[in-house]
Design a protein around this ligand. Structure first.
Ligand code: SF4
Ligand code: SF4
Length: 427
């Protein structure tokens, strides 16, 4: 195993102000230009910002005085249906509610649970409509501060990177893997995964992460609960939980695809560099991390590329409205999946997901954009990347925030309480 250090030693160095904490991006950048050894780094902060279908809100709040209604059987928040229950909370006047991040408002197909979660964190008032078992309807407005309990739970989050998609069929396909209908004959490629920043990618043997590991979830304090649904030891994902109170809106929201609105969620985890094996897993660059290209219809593999092919070191989409032609119909304004793009005001940085769609769809003044969306070679043919479904720039920001909090003593590293028990086979 070579050189080692204990978690207690790392924590002591943090306390004394002598610990070296780097983001995973800083580490791979440093390794690319100079030799970096185990002795040079104590903690590496990893992160991912992606579309995570499995997130849901778990809420408890009062909707009536006690003793008035026996129980509540229906509930919506800003027009999005939730699930009241499971216990009846008989005559208490409070409800427990589960509401999925992918659930859509009945009035607006761009408004989903993920968007509502962001608005809650922004402090906005949410309109609740609930119906009792005897048909009494109650309407009220509520904020996050009014709620007794508000946690985000993820049934599967933070996959060890993901896949790229093409559509080799002869017809366009509406899919969660594309903001616009995906063009046929493999004319374009979309991908997900933060590559060298990804959490499980940096601890692929689960040598430091485990049940109870502390995390940042959307900037708020959270915990790794255990393996998520559809987990597999070679492609792990996690279930995490965190209080909505403490999250930051910029790390969350909704992303409109051609087949529904996917919730945005950001996770960051510290990896204490306990031994040289842990260190060797941390220094892999994007060029060393495989990215499978799948057929979006059926998901069979059509090619292998790497995250170096799609990221190429440029992560932030920049736009200069003064170089813009001010077209009558601007695709960026029409189709921006997060409603962050405005041709005159520019990009709302707190909403932008850096997906690149505005740059790809602008044909009138490409010089207004500063981003290289890359083209990858598949079967000897160049296929343009048209959408990034992970926000590497946002992931680096969250990993940097975690680094600062560790160094300032606001985030404590803790050993897990049990190992992660991932499935050995897929059923
Ligand atoms: S399409 Fe391009 S040039 Fe035209 S308004 Fe939009 S960003 Fe500007
Ligand atoms: S990169 Fe452009 S299209 Fe994508 S979220 Fe940002 S502003 Fe919207």
């Amino acid at each position: 195993m070579g050189k080692t250090r204990t978690l207690a030693e790392i924590k002591e160095k943090i306390k004394k102000g002598t610990a070296v904490v780097m983001t995973a991006q800083e580490l791979v950048d440093a390794v690319a230009s100079n030799p970096v050894a185990f002795d040079d780094v104590d903690v590496v902060t990893t992160a991912t910002k992606g579309l995570m279908s499995g997130i849901l809100g778990v809420f408890t709040f009062r909707v009536s005085p006690p003793k008035v209604h026996r129980k509540f059987v229906e509930l919506s928040m800003n027009g999005i249906p939730g699930f009241p229950g499971p216990c009846p909370n008989e005559f208490l006047g409070v409800v427990d509610v589960l509401l999925y991040g992918t659930a859509l408002s009945k009035d607006d197909d761009h408004y989903s649970g993920g968007v509502m979660f962001r608005e809650l964190v922004e402090g906005k008032s949410i309109h609740v409509v609930t119906r009792s078992n005897l048909g009494a309807e109650i309407e009220m407005d509520i904020t996050l501060e009014d709620m007794q309990y508000a946690r985000m739970l993820g049934t599967r989050q933070g996959f060890k990177n993901y896949n790229a998609m093409v559509n080799p069929t002869a017809e366009p396909v509406n899919t969660i893997f594309s903001a616009l209908p995906m063009r046929p004959h493999s004319a374009e490629l979309t991908f997900s995964g933060c590559g060298a920043m990804n959490i499980f990618q940096n601890d692929p043997e689960y040598l430091t992460l485990g049940v109870g590991s502390p995390l940042l979830v959307n900037g708020g304090k959270g915990y790794l609960v255990g393996p998520g649904t559809r987990n597999y030891y070679l492609k792990p994902n996690m279930m995490a939980i965190a209080d909505f109170k403490g999250m930051k809106p910029e790390y969350m929201g909704g992303f409109k695809t051609s087949y529904g609105v996917e919730p945005i969620c950001s996770l960051a985890a510290p990896i204490p560099v306990l031994n040289e094996r842990v260190f060797n897993n941390l220094i892999k660059s994007d060029n060393e991390i495989q990215l499978a290209v799948l057929n979006v219809v059926g998901r069979e593999k059509v090619a292998d590329i790497t995250y170096g092919d799609v990221w190429g070191g440029n992560f932030e989409v920049k736009f200069d409205p003064t170089k813009c032609d001010d077209c009558h119909e601007c695709p960026g304004e029409l189709y921006c999946p997060t409603r962050a793009f405005h041709k005159r005001r520019g990009i709302d940085r707190a909403r932008c997901y850096n997906c690149g769609l505005c740059a790809i769809t602008c044909t009138a003044a490409p010089q207004a954009f500063d981003i290289d969306m890359k083209e990858v070679m598949i079967d000897g043919r160049g296929v343009p990347v048209v959408l990034r479904q992970s926000d590497r720039h946002g992931a680096i920001k969250l990993a940097t925030e975690l680094k600062t909090r560790i160094l300032e003593g606001e985030f404590s590293l803790e050993a897990p309480t049990a190992p992660l028990d991932f499935a050995k086979e897929v059923k």
